[in-house]
Design a protein around this ligand. Structure first.
Ligand code: ISJ
Length: 114
């Protein structure tokens, strides 16, 4: 991949491929651009946990083991398809899901149900 073009609403960012970076300064500039985008994606993903907390009727539905394994299986398949280290993808995703569930519990507990 020569570059990655990322867009969120009217924001459009072009991130150069790692091999196109000749200095650490250049390389870190591209990482910073990617990280800004990743943070926005994480925030957007977390908004679905907030909505899930509203949609789930009972607290014991917040943690759904079957769904966790389905998400991880999907990610592992996607990692294979794009050539990303599967163990890396799984570890990152299991952490992300645990943090997401913590957030969802927080939102669920703050809502009065029934
Ligand atoms: C959003 C959900 O809630 C939790 C969060 C998940 C996630 O981060 O993908 C997966 C399973 C759930 O325990 C859901 O049930 O789909």
């Amino acid at each position: 991949m020569e570059s990655l073009v990322l867009s969120i609403e009217d924001q459009r960012v072009c991130v150069r491929a790692a091999k196109g970076c000749e200095t650490m300064t250049e390389l870190r500039r591209e990482i910073d651009k990617l990280d800004q985008f990743i943070v926005e994606v994480l925030k957007f993903r977390l908004s679905f946990m907030e909505r899930a907390a509203v949609l789930k009727e009972t607290r014991n539905k917040v943690r759904d083991e079957d769904r966790i394994e389905a998400v991880v299986d999907n990610i592992k398949a996607k990692a294979v398809a794009v050539g990303l280290n599967v163990e890396f993808a799984e570890t990152v995703y299991r952490h992300l899901i645990e943090q997401s569930i913590e957030h969802e519990y927080g939102v669920f507990d703050a809502i009065e149900k029934g």
